[in-house]
Design a protein around this ligand. Sequence first.
Ligand code: ASP
Length: 384
Amino acid sequence: MRARIRLRPRVRSLRPVHPAAWLTPALAAATTLAVVLVAVPRDGGGPPGGTHDNSPGSAAAAAAPAPAGKAEPDARDVVLAVHGGAGTALKRDETSPEKEKAYRDGLRRALRAGQRVLDAGGSSTKAVEKAVRVLEDDPLFNAGKGAVFTADAGHELDASIMRGSDMKAGAVAGVKHVRNPITAARLVMDETKHVLLAGQGADDFAAQQGLKPVTQDYFYTQRRWDELMKAKGKQPVKDATKGTVGAVALDRKKDLAAATSTGGLTNKMAGRIGDSPVIGAGTYAKNSTVAASATGQGEVFIRGAATATISDLMEFKGKDVASAAYQVLIERLPKLGGDGGVIALDRAGTFDAPHSSEGMLTGYLTRDGQLVTRIFQDESPPGR
Ligand code: ASP
C-alpha cells in the first residue's frame, strides 16, 4: 500500500452549534441523574500492552504530494474496513500514547471481529454487523455505549445495514433502549418486509426479537456529557471526532455489505434523524458498484444522497470507486454546507476513504492479513 498526500483547497468545516434552549426541565432532571452515575474513563476500552506496527503515518508524511484533485484509492485488496467517525483531527502532539492506543485498539478489535467471520467463510453482512457491534460496545465511539446526548439530555440511536448481493437493507432510527442498534437493523432486514423502523416501534421490535432492552443510562459517558455541556455553553469541543461508526466488507463469494451506527450529533433536537439510518445517504451496498458507509453532517449527506450517488456515478458514469467517492465527498457535499467522510469498497477490493473534515478515524484489513489503522491527520489528510 502506498500512502500519499494530495493537495486540496481547504474545505471549511461547517459544524453547527444548535441554538437549543438552555437547561430545559428534562435536562435539569438528567443533570441530577448524571451526577449519580459512574463516570467512564474518556479513553476506556483498549486492552493494555503492545504497539501498533501497522500505521503508515511516517510513510504518509514523507510521501510526495499527488496532484491536486486526483482521486486515487487508499488501498487495494481490502476485504474489510471500518471507520470511527469524521471530525476534528487527532493531533499527534496533543494525543497521549494511551489515547492513541485506545483508538487504534478499538478499530483493530472491530477489524478482528469482522475478520473472524470472513476467515470462517461467513458473509460480508455478518462481518460488518460484528465489526460495528464491537465499536458500539466501545465507549470511545459515538454509537451504542458512548453515544452523544440529544438537546434534552437523552440518547437516540440510528443504524442501518445493506447487503450488496440483493440490495436488501434494514435500519432503525431514534431507538432509545437497544444496546446494539446495528443488530436491530439487521433484524429489520432479515425478519420484516420493511427497511426502516423508527422510535418506539423499533425499540419494541428489537425487544420482541430477543434483544434485551437497556435503560438510557447504559449509554452514558462523562465525555459525552461534557460535550453536551460545552455545546450548550457554545464552547468549541476539543477532539470532536464525531465518532459515528461504520464498516464495509467483501466476502469470499464476492458479496459486498455496508453498515453504519451512530448516536447522531451532540445537542441534536429530540426526534432528529441523521443520514446513518437512511439507505442511500449514510449506507449503501450494491455488488456491481460499492459498499459505502458515511460519517459527517447528516443533513448534508441526506440532501446530497451521498452513498447512493457514489454508486450511481460508478454505475451510470463508469467512474471508479475513488473518483466517485471523491466527487461526492470532496466536490459535492461541502458545497451543500457540511463536511464528513466515507469508507468505500468495490468488488475488486479497491478501497478509498476521502473526507472533507479535518480528521477521520479509519482502519482496514487486506486479503493477505495486513491491518492498518489511521487516526492522525498525516495518516489520512483531509480533502482526499
Ligand atoms: N452522520 C451522523 C449524523 O448526522 C453523525 C456523524 O457521522 O458524526 O447523525
